[in-house]
Design a protein around this ligand. Structure first.
Ligand SMILES: Nc1ncnc2c1ncn2[C@@H]1O[C@H](COP(=O)(O)OP(=O)(O)OP(=O)(O)O)[C@@H](O)[C@H]1O
Ligand SMILES: [Mg+2]
Length: 256
């Protein structure tokens, strides 16, 4: 199957102290499939997300290796080139409240970066909100972020990804800040997009989320990949001791 996104030997280190944060990471996202990146806090998941989505602070961090999107190395693009590519890869962040500008209405934030007549863009935004299951979309466009719940804001981010017609969605712990009902809703919406052919890179430290969504699971520890494989194999027959320990801890956590 043709890869949408492919990381090759990615390394990230701080320029000032040469602290190696990510080492030799290889990872692939396929159309219509979910790659889950698992790993405990501080293992370098968000740093990798920043590198992929072009928001890594390159004046403080050195980035090596390649990040190919359909054969183009995103890591070697100029800032202007990157902007023209950025709509292909949508980012959904962990904390919905800090992902929006609190002073701007949802409609304005959704319309930013989209060309065309205002009424057309707002029409598209309302349609996208409806598609992700949000009620009264036209009223939502006139609301401020604080008037929406965390789960609603996560779904607004998914709606923006739909408006972008992104082929890859990178979701960095999109459900961590949500209650169980909203977690389910957000994962279902991401899953629906995946079924349309979108490739999903889902970052989580929750094995239950991995179990529900993953086609491929990649496990990261201290900036390195320790195991990667088909989801069923990694969940049922993990090869790596660290993966086994993480799995056991998640089972104990649920029983407790
Ligand atoms: N701006 C920075 N400068 C230097 N080191 C940083 C910076 N930001 C993060 N780090 C370090 O990089 C490592 C990886 O951080 P990262 O945020 O990618 O972890 P993570 O796997 O996303 O963790 P979490 O599950 O808590 O979100 C950590 O050790 C962190 O201390
Ligand atoms: Mg993180």
């Amino acid at each position: 199957m043709t890869e949408l996104l492919s990381l090759k030997n990615v390394g990230i280190k701080t320029k000032e102290t040469s602290q190696q944060i990510v080492t030799d990471v290889n990872l692939t996202v396929f159309p219509g499939k979910t790659t889950v990146l698992l790993g405990e806090s501080g293992s370098g998941k968000t740093m990798l997300v920043k590198a992929i989505t072009g928001i890594l602070n390159r004046s403080h961090m050195s980035l090596t290796g390649n990040g190919f999107y359909r054969g183009t190395d995103l890591f070697s693009l100029s800032e202007a080139e990157r902007r023209s590519w950025s709509h292909h890869i949508a980012l959904i962040m962990q904390n919905p409240m800090t992902s929006f500008d609190p002073s701007l209405k949802i409609g304005k934030q959704m319309a930013t970066g989209f060309q065309g007549r205002r009424s057309d863009v707002y029409g598209q935004a309302a349609h996208a909100l409806k598609t992700v299951g949000l009620p009264r979309p036209k009223e939502l466009l006139k609301s401020y972020p604080h008037e929406l719940s965390g789960g609603m804001l996560q779904r607004v981010m998914i709606a923006i990804a739909m408006m972008q017609s992104a082929s890859v969605i990178v979701a960095d712990e999109p459900t961590t800040a949500l209650d169980v009902v909203n977690q389910e809703l957000v994962l279902n919406e991401l899953n629906k997009l995946r079924k349309t052919g979108v490739g999903l890179l889902l970052i989580t430290h929750d094995f239950q989320v991995a179990k529900k969504c993953a086609d491929v699971i990649t496990v990261m520890r201290e900036g390195r990949i320790v195991e990667s494989g088909e989801a069923k194999q990694v969940l049922e027959r993990p090869k790596n001791e660290y993966t086994k320990a993480l799995l056991e801890a998640s089972v104990l956590c649920r029983k407790g």
